[in-house]
Design a protein around this ligand. Structure first.
Ligand code: IPM
Ligand code: MG
Length: 365
């Protein structure tokens, strides 16, 4: 029997609730398939700050490096929100991304036909929307130095730096072109080359790489135009590549096409070989949602779809990934809705009811 090492980091808010349901799905998969997991659980984010005084321990990073995959819940909450605090829950996430060299963040945005009414965008605009945003994850404005506060002429000032080198851009570009080839063959590269030097380098490098992929329908798009176009005609997009900060912003926007953040998974990878295998961290796009934490009403679907991505990319078990995704689809087709996607909240089911229905469906496929 094949055995995998999985590090589970529930975090804060609804993180632990949806992770618990995800682990039940994994238990079911262990029963149904010839595989097993050795699971390690650790605190991250605010709960780690409370316990250890830091958002992620070095030991946790070391375990992650030895694992086949990392499953991440969510971090943050009002308790740790003080902007002047020296330790913040988000630092844990940024540190693990950087330490594991997870430069490629895949954020698929797909519209579920049955949920089209829960989007705030007109139905007819949403037909055929199926977008994959590839966000650079360990450089750019998030990590550039200097990043600091200082005093100048007696006044407070602050600086962040957008840094990219040509290798970082080339990696994202190659991945974007390759994945576009496997999809509808279309790639948009998002930048702000009319203003930013880092974007001008981004564009230059992407154009050089493009010479190797002339079969892909390629276009540059300025980030402001991209955000507008995502609302005006989202079906025009297939694969989008973007820097860390631009990718962060456009994926929150794109997520609203699908109606709920609770439906969207993401994979952060350090390597994607031709066979699709890579060490990775999997996290839902939604945050810790402190406003609904502890109520048992969070949508577990993003977490389930994260587990599907984990099987696809880190374990190269595409058939299990598809089984999970089909189980989710069947349950949505059958009309089950958590509160975030319900048309009438009276009919909404709990986190556990939704999760149990999907797991039961899994056993029937
Ligand atoms: C995301 C989140 C994080 C980010 C935060 C929590 C640091 O918004 O994963 O998109 O900005 O990368
Ligand atoms: Mg974000």
């Amino acid at each position: 029997m094949k055995q995998y090492k999985l590090l589970v980091l529930p975090g804060d808010g609804i993180g632990p609730e949806i992770i618990d349901e995800g682990l039940k799905l994994i238990q079911q998969i262990e029963k149904s398939e010839q595989i097993s997991f050795v699971i390690t659980k650790e605190l991250v984010g605010g709960s780690a700050i409370d316990e250890y005084g830091e958002a992620i321990k070095d030991e946790t990073i070391a375990i992650a490096k030895q694992s086949d995959a990392v499953l991440w819940g969510a971090v943050g909450g009002p308790k740790w929100d003080n902007p002047s605090a020296s330790v913040r829950p988000e630092q844990g996430l940024l540190k693990i991304r950087s330490e594991l060299n997870l430069w490629a963040n895949l954020r698929p945005v797909k519209i579920w036909g049955e949920l089209i009414n829960s989007s705030s965008i007109k139905k007819e605009k949403l037909m055929n929307v199926d977008i994959l945003v590839i966000r650079e994850l360990i450089s750019g404005a998030y990590f550039g130095k200097p990043q600091e506060r200082r005093i100048h002429n007696g006044k407070r000032e602050a600086v962040d730096t957008i840094y990219y080198n040509e290798d970082q851009i080339a990696n994202i570009a190659h991945l974007g072109f390759k994945l576009a080839r496997k999809r509808k063959g279309k790639l948009h590269s998002v930048d702000k080359a009319n203003v930013l030097e880092s974007s001008r380098l981004w564009r230059e490098v992407v154009h050089e790489i493009q010479q190797q992929y002339i079969d892909v329908d390629f276009q540059d798009i300025l980030v402001d135009a991209a955000t507008m176009h995502l609302i005006r005609q989202p079906s025009d997009f297939d694969v989008m590549i973007a820097s860390n900060l631009f990718g962060d912003i456009i994926t929150d926007e794109a997520s609203m096409l699908s109606g709920s953040l609770g439906m969207l998974p993401s994979a952060s990878l350090s390597d994607i070989s031709e066979s699709g295998i890579g060490v990775g961290l999997y996290e839902p796009i939604h945050g810790s949602a402190p406003d609904i934490a502890g109520q048992g009403i969070a949508n577990p679907i993003a977490m389930f779809l994260c587990i599907a991505m984990l099987f696809r990319y880190s374990l190269n078990l595409e058939n299990i990934a598809i089984k999970i995704e089909s189980s989710v689809a069947k349950v949505i087709e059958a009309g089950l809705r958590t509160q975030d996607i319900a048309e009438d909240s009276k009919d909404a089911v709990s986190t556990k009811q939704m999760a149990n229905a999907i797991i039961e469906q899994y056993t029937m496929i």
